[in-house]
Ligand binder design. Structure first.
Ligand code: NAD
Ligand code: IPM
Ligand code: MN
Length: 368
């Protein structure tokens, strides 16, 4: 079997720190499981700007297009906040998502039993939680035209962003979400703002049509996004799969992260359309950012990125056994009471990013 091509883009801030821990797992897999990847490492975000003068160089994008999967840390930081808009680190991330056609962003929020007490919510609200947020990733308010800042004849300035979706964009994210729901508990909640925004009236109509024509076995409900944010903290277990617009999904997934104990726990997969052979372009990244407030302290939680790598093994490389091993190692380490600062609880042992990574390897050794 030829080695799978993996492009690793650590990015900025804690993105680089957590990716070191994933590299250790990859090294371990090479030594102990005889699985090796054809790895290229590249720059994205502020670190790419510092070297190339752009947050995503054409060569890096070409590497991403040629890879079987991309694993990304995080981008951004105060050092680059005052750059012109098109040079900002975040533009690099948005460009790679758009150019790779990664319209479906899967953000699973699952609560590990050992972390029930790490959530700021009551244990019975979150225990056993397993929901999937499907965020549309290449359209909506993030990409709609017109956009920009203009000066009006009266000297005032005007900022514009536009929420747009075509029926085909709605249908493809709808199908991705319905397909996932079908494999889970067959419940899909479509989140919109159809009481106010026409674009999401269309979204709702298209979701209903899909359900009636292709997914009658899946129960479809609708919820306004403001209510959905409230329901996520009131009673998150009412949800199975949620599907929503790009920016709504960005906000709801950070909110869902706290149900699991920390933003440092939430992985994600961003997938494109399947080709004739069933292969998809794919990028895996934690939901969190570059966390400048804790950068350089060796205290970031690497588990979201480690779990993103496990999603990569499962979705892109068909390595379910290894993905299971990583998830079981994470469970075992948490059960053993080790915690990075963000998920620390009384009576547990506080460990650094690197000790968390080492501990995962130790558990993998036991499971091998
Ligand atoms: P952030 O996600 O970086 O941090 C939010 C809070 O969560 C911070 O207090 C941080 O310390 C904490 N946190 C995040 N990840 C953690 C981890 N793994 N372990 C422990 N604590 C963690 O969001 P922000 O502060 O709003 O943004 C900082 C920068 O990151 C900005 O430049 C932003 O644009 C960028 N960002 C990038 C991505 C991405 O690359 N996907 C996502 C979000 C934000
Ligand atoms: C995320 C981030 C990004 C987004 C930013 C950094 C462009 O917040 O991945 O959730 O808004 O999509
Ligand atoms: Mn976000």
């Amino acid at each position: 079997m030829t080695a799978k091509k993996l492009l690793i883009l650590p990015g900025d801030g804690i993105g680089q720190e957590v990716m070191v821990q994933v590299r250790r797992i990859i090294d371990w897999m090479g030594k102990k499981r005889n699985i090796s990847f054809d790895i290229t490492e590249g720059l994205i975000g502020g670190s790419a700007y510092d070297v190339h003068g752009t947050p995503l160089a054409d060569e890096t994008l070409a590497d991403a297009m040629a890879a079987d999967a991309v694993l990304l840390g995080a981008v951004g930081g105060p050092k680059w906040d005052d750059l012109p808009f098109d040079k900002k680190p975040e533009r690099g991330l948005l460009k790679i998502r758009k150019e790779m056609g990664l319209f479906a962003n899967l953000r699973p929020a699952t609560v590990f039993d050992a972390l029930v007490d790490a959530s700021t919510l009551k244990a019975d609200v979150v225990q056993g939680l397993d929901i999937m947020i499907v965020r549309e990733l290449t359209g909506g308010l993030y990409f709609g035209q017109p956009r920009g800042i203009e000066t009006l004849p009266n000297g005032e300035r005007k900022g514009v962003n536009t929420l747009t979706y075509t029926t085909s964009e709605i249908q493809r994210i709808g199908r991705a979400a319905f397909d996932l729901a079908r494999k889970r508990n067959k419940k899909l909640c479509s989140v919109d703002k159809a009481n106010v925004l026409e674009c999401t009236v269309l979204w709702r109509e298209e979701m209903i049509k899909l359900q009636q024509t292709e997914y009658q076995d899946v129960e479809l409900t609708h919820m306004y996004v403001d209510n959905a944010a409230m329901q996520l903290v009131r009673n998150p277990k009412q949800f199975d799969v949620m599907v929503t617009e790009n920016m709504f999904g960005d906000i709801l997934s950070d909110c869902a992260a706290m149900l699991t104990g920390s933003l440092g726990m939430l992985p994600s997969a961003s997938l494109g359309a399947a080709d004739a052979n069933g292969n998809r372009k794919a990028l895996y990244e934690p939901v969190h950012g570059s966390a400048p407030d804790i950068q350089g302290k060796d205290i970031a939680n690497p588990l979201a990125t480690i779990l993103s790598f496990s999603m990569c093994l499962r979705y892109s490389f068909n390595m379910d056994a290894e993905a299971d091993m990583i998830e079981n190692a994470v469970k075992a380490v948490l059960k053993g009471g080790l915690r990075t600062a963000d998920i620390m609880a009384p009576g547990k042992a506080k460990v650094s990013t690197s000790v968390m990574g080492e501990s995962i390897i130790r558990e993998l050794e036991k499971l091998a």
